[in-house]
Design a protein around this ligand. Structure first.
Ligand code: AGP
Length: 600
């Protein structure tokens, strides 16, 4: 969701900005723009649509040595050229890009800037106008910038340039991601390290309400009052090849295929040389103390949490609730005496989840982040972190992060059981080994799923996923995957619940994908499949080999049953992928969606 990149140095940075924006495309956007200063002055180009459209209008003769770029995911004002960033002050002296939401923009507009003619419908424009207003009142630019920031309520990552000073790039951060990248003779700002990985691997982390003054050969970080803040650089572990699509047509397919490798990597990272689990002492203590766990997440991460609840209750005996972050934040339920909050988030930047984190931290409750991104906001701000080790996930539709979340939650539950001396009838690492091999087989034979997609989904306008127990949770994820990238209207339902209303929607040929991996409810879900078949549904059963029957569409190899979601989700991810492909949809960048949802 909105991405920022900025550069100050001595080389022509046009390509660095455009390439950076392309690398940020995965975050989701609907317009983009760049602005920079070269020897002829300040130039700005912005366009609705893709970076490829922006490239068309950026003139060849523009060779900036300082510049800012932005991908916008519309919040205030429609996706349009007018609302695309960068935005400029009335005199055009100041040019600014912003990621986040300024909650009091309307108040600022009417109380401080009522004489200004605003060009866009955005909240962002007030920031650049405020800076100009304070400069006109006699403040230095740096002072005016800080003064403006103090007026803002909300989230921001900002890059600002001044047409009268091509030696300074200004930046600031509050609750939206922003990093400073360090180079030899240049410095950069970026929402994500991957956007500038081709020019640096050295970064400075920024804290909320910090301001940065970047020159080509130095960087100064201050707080909002101008106090210098010391910061040590870190080297990112990201490898440029991790973010390369290679020979794959889409990131999503690459990431589906990476799942066995990710599971093996999780084993490597969480197992010591004696075969024992490696979990921080702090996390173990938090798990021992907790009388109830509250898992907080959104979307796919929420679905992984539902599976994780099963593990935490069954293996480690801790009552667990799973909550949608955006609901929890404003409807806090009655909490237990010693709660532990587990925030599950691939990106570690999701604003809804962070909002819960801030609230529960204020109350002094312990927090654990389960995330894929080591230096992400949730990771930094939680008491402890468990990493997914899934590698960068670029496709908007989450796949490998989901299976990694389930695997890490299973490890956490197993470790807690071991620490409590509870009996377990399986060895998690050897089960993961077997599952990785099963995943390899499913991925190798993916064209079977491509045929199922053609057969069941090619012309449909809706689809249902049903299952019971863990299969219900996996069905929810299968439905989310399919709807977000193919735009087929679909829902996941608990098999037994259908007849209480939703079965009214079943018509001749409505596809119903039925998951059958849980022996204890095998007969029940088969009964539910018959109920919909009797009403004309086009039933597609995906069953484990020990539970399969004649007529099933797809057979899954048997694995340790509680861990079956790691396997049964793979055909559902592939089904979504092929259905989207067959309908000509943009698989990696579905409409209206953002990878990292940094607004509430
Ligand atoms: C999944 O395919 C999504 N696009 C989305 O639901 C995502 O899982 C959700 O926005 C949460 O993101 P997070 O895991 O980064 O917090």
């Amino acid at each position: 969701m909105c991405g920022i990149v900025g550069y100050i140095g001595q080389s022509d940075c046009k390509e660095i900005l455009l390439h950076g924006l392309e690398k940020l495309e995965y975050r989701g956007y609907d317009s983009a723009g760049i602005a920079g200063i070269d020897h002829t002055g300040l130039h700005i180009s912005k366009e609705k649509g893709r970076i490829a459209d922006l490239r068309q209008i950026v003139v060849d003769s523009f060779h900036p040595f300082i510049g800012i770029g932005h991908t916008r995911w519309a919040t205030h004002g429609a996706p349009s050229k007018k609302n695309a960033h960068p935005h400029q002050s009335s005199s055009k002296r100041f040019t600014l890009v912003h990621n986040g939401v300024i909650e009091n923009y309307d108040l600022i507009k009417h109380s401080n800037l009522d004489h200004i003619h605003f060009i866009s419908d955005t909240d962002t424009e007030v920031i650049v106008q405020l800076v100009e207003k304070y400069v006109e009142q006699g403040m230095y630019v740096e002072e005016a910038f800080r003064h403006s920031l103090k007026r803002l309520h909300g989230s921001y990552a900002i890059g600002l340039i001044d047409a009268q000073d091509s030696d300074t790039l200004y930046a600031a951060k509050n609750r939206s991601p922003l990093l400073v990248g360090l180079g030899d003779g240049f410095n950069v700002i970026t929402s994500d390290a991957i956007a500038v990985l081709q020019i640096t691997n050295q970064f400075l982390e920024l804290k909320d309400q910090e301001v940065v003054i970047l020159k080509k050969d130095r960087v100064i970080i201050t707080d909002l009052y101008g106090e210098i803040q010391e910061r040590k650089p870190f080297t990112t572990q990201l490898d440029p090849s991790d973010i390369d699509k290679g020979t794959y047509p889409h990131y999503m397919l690459k990431e589906i295929d990476e799942q066995p490798m990710v599971l093996r990597k999780i084993v490597q990272r969480y197992q010591d040389e004696n075969g024992q689990l490696i979990i921080d002492r702090e996390i173990r203590e938090a798990m021992q103390k907790a009388d109830r766990i509250y898992m907080i997440a959104c979307g796919t991460s929420y679905h992984a949490g539902l599976v994780g609840k099963d593990y935490l209750e069954k293996f480690s005996g801790i009552p667990t609730e799973v909550h949608i972050a955006s609901e929890f934040s404003y409807n806090l339920p009655l909490l237990s005496q010693n709660p532990l909050f587990i925030l599950i988030s691939q990106s570690g930047e999701t604003a809804d989840s962070r909002s819960v984190l801030v609230k529960v931290k204020e109350k002094g409750y312990p927090t654990l982040a389960i995330t894929n991104v080591p230096d992400s906001t949730l990771s930094r701000e939680s008491d402890c972190t468990l990493l997914l080790h899934a590698g960068p996930e670029i496709a908007v539709a989450s796949t490998k992060a989901y299976t990694a979340q389930i695997a890490v939650l299973a490890l956490l539950a197993v470790d807690t059981a071991i620490q409590k001396g509870l009996p377990l009838d399986f060895d998690i690492f050897s089960e993961f080994g077997k599952i990785a091999t099963v995943m390899d087989g499913l991925i190798h034979n993916k064209e079977i799923i491509a045929k199922i997609a053609l057969n069941y989904l090619q012309h449909t306008r809706n689809c249902f996923f049903i299952g019971r127990g863990l299969d219900y949770y996996v069905g929810l994820e299968g439905a989310l995957k399919l709807k977000e990238i193919s735009y087929i209207q679909c829902e996941g339902f608990a098999g037994g619940e259908l007849k209480h209303g939703t079965i009214a929607l079943i018509e001749e040929k409505t596809p119903v994908i039925v998951l059958v991996t849980q022996e204890s409810v095998n007969l029940n879900i088969r009964g539910n499949a018959k109920e919909v078949a009797a009403r004309g549904a086009h039933v597609c059963v995906i069953a484990t080999e020990n539970l399969t029957m004649d007529g099933d569409a797809y057979v899954l190899p048997k694995v340790y049953e509680p861990l079956s979601p790691l396997v049964s989700v793979i055909p559902l991810q592939l089904l979504a992928y092929y259905a989207a492909l067959q309908r000509g949809c943009d698989v990696d960048k579905p409409r209206n969606l953002a990878k990292s949802v940094t607004v509430e």
